[in-house]
Design a protein around this ligand. Sequence first.
Ligand code: ADP
Ligand code: NI
Length: 218
Amino acid sequence: METDRQLKNVRSFSYDKMYKDTTGHGFDHIQRVVKMSNHLLKQENADRLITLSAAYLHDIADDKLVSDYLSAQAEIITFLRKNAFTDDQIRKITFITQNLSFSKNLDHRILDLPLEGKIVQDADRLDAIGAIGIVRAIYYGGAHAEKIYDPSFKPRQKMSKNEYRDLSHETIINHFYEKLLKIKDLLNTQTAKQIAEKRQQVMLSFLENFKEEWDCEK
Ligand code: ADP
Ligand code: NI
């Protein structure tokens, strides 16, 4: 099977799994991650099929989105086998999708992803910052009944994965200090680092205006 046919099938498999999501990981997020991965690929000497397949599949077997992530993982492998991916390609793609996320890296040492994984990780992280990042944080916070802001809750500095997922003392604004503002220094590729600069300014300006308005300074 040729690459474009394989990618078309991966896209529609991903669509079926993701289109119902209402926590900010819908298919629109997937499409932006694929598009950004494609853009980053231009400057990197990475395998296109592995990169874009991992981009399409990166959020499907995530324990925050599905109750049984092992069976979601098994379903992905069966699907890839049916679509003529080799065992080696399947191993690479599943290694990337299992080790990409911000929350995974809270509990473990930072894993060394292959270049294809570094690209998808950058694309996924870029989608969590800037104007889109602001909307996604608010959308996720609303879906999880977080408070908007409470100055008596201090942002948490170092968190385990369980603490990160414990939202009882979380606010949408604190999420920026706990994660989103730190993303620009965690990116892998030069291109992503450049793109992140403007998005960082967008978030900083949003937070400054938010606090001004909160305190009714103007
Ligand atoms: P990952 O899948 O990389 O671990 P997350 O689940 O942490 O990513 O984040 C997915 C999206 O949800 C991001 O846009 C992120 O900012 C947002 N998000 C995650 N946790 C929170 C939170 N506590 N409050 C607001 N938004 C959040
Ligand atoms: Ni994602």
